[in-house]
Write a protein that binds this ligand. Structure first.
Ligand code: FA5
Ligand code: MG
Length: 439
């Protein structure tokens, strides 16, 4: 077994209020941080899927696929979901009677790459397709990275106005606002030309689609008329402002221009929360090509997708995204309310000390940071890492070394310094097992 000698790094290691972190230095490159490639099958939601060279779902992630927090009664995510659905279904009625928007929250997160990307016109070389950002089950299937992946199928099945909610999966950094599984709600509203007419200046001569050869407006899709887009944009933005105000009351917000391959024009909505602008959703006018391919070429529409964790963290003052996964009564009982509209302010039930420890290693070939983050989540117990930051980066010859600071803190218990050392030693040992040599 390798012996671990911990050396101290003088470089900007002091963090306020915590002791000087210790650094584990690895003198040889680990061969790879990718974990799952050796598996022959992946068991997911009660079924086995063949693994192949594209497989990169981590063991840590697989433990989360059957939790379905958005379906768990009196869970904060379920409460936020319910409040949004209630708002949309009470406000928008078909013939003043039944809700315009139907809601689906039990759709499997296992989708094809075609659903997640191609059907949404995501180009073959788009950054969002990268292996380092997605969880692939194998070369055909993946865990959905956004709820928008169901839009084409839902539209093709004949739906005009619908909401979908579910768990989505993305490889990402480790900190208080990022977790590899989070929850989104998406919404689509389609209009026939006659539905837009009533908002037009001259309804009789209103057109939703531009005549061939008419002057192009670079701010909209060339097939749409400026007036149709104005009406849809107003409908989209007023729906969303109404929704956000139903959750937060009157609050400051701003629209930011955005880019999505499936909408044009596109926007993001940010709200001012605790003096910071917080992005809560993306939206836009659906690309007409998606509607053409979904067999409704004569309709136009808008769509949006919002993050339930982002909203719940702001609404209830929840300081760390890991808390949503907590099974601790001290967390859960704070959301057991008889009325979901009752204001709730989460009261932190501890102030456990954080413990910073550093680890440095030479990078293996083709290193991507998200591989290291998944490795850490796989190897360490119960999400004890609150945050990872790259704090030092240096090269010698053709080799590069990274030094990461890991902040350890558990939400349900006090971590002693010895425990943090032990957890950190475990990480160093795991890195040695894949070829890194600890010195
Ligand atoms: C999307 O996922 C688009 N599918 C949204 C969309 C739908 C645009 C339909 C247009 C039409 P984005 O990656 O920005 O976009 O995520 C949407 C929202 O999900 C964000 O605004 C945020 O609230 C939430 N979100 C995104 N990443 C994370 C994360 N790592 N952790 C928590 N919430 C996140
Ligand atoms: Mg965004």
């Amino acid at each position: 077994m390798n012996t671990l000698t911990l050396s101290r790094r003088a470089l900007n290691l002091l963090t306020s209020g915590s002791s000087l972190p210790t650094t584990s230095c690895l003198s040889a490159s680990p061969s790879s941080f990718v974990q799952s490639s050796h598996l022959s099958t992946i068991r997911l939601l009660g079924r086995d899927y063949p693994a192949d060279e594209e497989t990169n779902v981590s063991a840590h992630l697989l433990k989360h696929t059957d939790r379905l927090l958005h379906l768990q009664k009196q869970h904060p995510l379920q409460i936020v979901k319910q409040r949004i659905v209630e708002n949309m279904q009470a406000k928008y009625l078909w013939n003043n009677r039944s809700p315009l928007f139907s809601h689906y929250d039990n759709i499997s997160p296992i989708v094809t790459r075609a659903q997640n990307f191609d059907e949404l016109l995501v180009p073959g070389d788009h950054v969002s397709r990268q292996r380092q950002d997605n969880y692939f089950i194998n070369k055909d299937l993946m865990l959905r990275a956004h709820m928008t992946c169901h839009d084409s199928d839902m539209i093709r099945s004949g739906l005009d106005c619908f909401l979908t909610t579910g768990d989505v999966y993305r490889r990402d950094t480790i900190d208080r606002t990022h977790y590899p599984v989070f929850h989104q709600m998406d919404c689509v509203r389609l209009f026939s030309t006659w539905e837009l007419e009533e908002f037009a200046q001259d309804p009789k001569n209103f057109k939703a689609f531009a005549d061939e050869g008419s002057p192009a407006d670079p701010n909209i899709q060339s097939c749409h008329t400026t007036e149709a887009v104005k009406i849809m944009e107003y409908s989209l933005k007023s729906t969303l402002i109404g929704l956000v105000q139903s959750l937060f009351g009157r609050c400051k917000y701003r629209w930011v221009e955005a880019t999505f391959p499936f909408t044009y024009p596109s926007f993001e909505l940010e709200i001012l929360y605790n003096d910071e602008w917080l992005e809560v959703l993306g939206c836009g006018i659906l690309m007409q090509d998606i509607l053409v391919k979904s067999a409704v070429p004569k309709k136009v529409g808008w769509a949006f997708g919002l993050g339930l964790e982002r909203l719940a963290m702001a609404m209830y003052n929840i300081p760390d995204i890991r808390l949503f996964w907590s099974e601790d009564e001290r967390f859960l009982k704070q959301f057991r309310v008889d009325n979901i509209h009752r204001p709730i302010k989460f009261e932190p039930y501890n102030n456990y000390t954080s413990r910073a420890r550093d680890i440095a290693f030479w990078l293996p070939a083709n290193f991507v940071e998200n591989d290291f983050y998944d490795f850490v989540r796989d190897k360490l117990p119960r999400d004890t890492v609150e945050d990872i930051k790259l704090i030092d980066n240096f090269s010698k010859g053709d080799r590069t070394s990274h030094c990461y600071r890991l902040t350890y803190r558990a939400w349900d218990r006090h971590l002693t310094s010895e425990e943090a050392n032990h957890i950190h030693d475990t990480l160093a040992t795991e890195v040695t097992k894949i070829g890194g040599v600890v010195r």
